[in-house]
Design a protein around this ligand. Sequence first.
Ligand code: GLA
Length: 390
Amino acid sequence: MGIVDEVREKFSELFGSDGDIRTYFAPGRVNLIGEHTDYNGGHVFPCALSMGNYAAARKRDDDKVRWFNMTYPDNGVVETSIRDLKPNDNGIWYDYQLGVIWALEEKGYRLPSGYDMVMKADLPAGSGLSASASIEELCAVICRDLFGLDITMVDCALFGQYSENKYNGMNCGIMDQFASAMGKKDHAVFLDTATLEYDYVPLNLKNEKIVIVNSCVKHSLAGSAYNDRRRDCEEALKEIQAVKDVKTLGDLNEEEFEEVKGAISDPVRVRRAHHAVYENQRTIKAVDALKNGDMEAFGKLMKESHISLRDDYEVSCKELDILAEEAWKTEGCIGSRMTGGGFGGCTVSIVKEEALDSFKKTISENYRARSGKTCEIYIADAADGAGRIG
Ligand code: GLA
């Protein structure tokens, strides 16, 4: 049985099969390049995945929600009021959705009632593929469609980010929610996070595949270190602003940064800002390379991105470094880097189609030999963004 049928069947079993039951999907994302640039006014280049969260939902006529997540059946049916929601940092799947309902109300879109819902993921959680943004966007599209809210998909992305920042206490940028809401089949989204201008770039890879390797580790540091990195960059920016009129680190190119970096008093902050500036420039160059069909150049920039995230931004970890190093050594791999926030999760690699099988075998074996752990490998399929599917 397909996952859509599974959520429908479970919905009927728990909440009955009468009335207007609708189905929805919201994807996870993989970022090809442009990491930790989205809160620095830089560019990102993610694509939505065909993996994500599915739901069946039906409006209620009171203020309650009754939600069941087949991915976490032990939570049972979560039943709560949608009024008087209080921000918290518990980070449980339903908190990400209650956060969106809270954010909608804050933004002037008070829901007239709650809804019943059953959901299920085919995306691994905690793997750097934006399972939480996928859950937020799932809720956003359910509310938008069930209650006919007059909001755009970009609003859905923005409200999702707002809820994660203000309700869930995670100071993330806009990339994940934007990719989940706005993704397009067979395209990646080249997004300028300073202006929210975006361009869909076709991923017409003729002989290559985008391969995601999940290290299957998540280090607990992730949330707090993320907020620390963000603060480091904000402080570096302030020091630069004392000598140059810029709005964000993304306003600077490499030469301009070299001229002003002396204004940053702390060497760690110099490295953080160096990453933000150079990574943004790499992202712009990588998109050009892709448009010109120059995959070698794209791959080289991916490698530089990983090295910068490892050494200057310090958000990689042993497992991600092993996966990237092994990929760089493997015949037929054009480029590889960690993807997402870091401290575990996944790498993304571009691999020649004819080398796929040997790539999978070599990476799995060498990862096991060097880390003692088992990785999971998926072929990424760039998909459409969140929406109603039935
Ligand atoms: C997480 C955040 C994003 C982005 C990435 C790093 O996924 O949610 O906003 O900052 O990390 O690029």
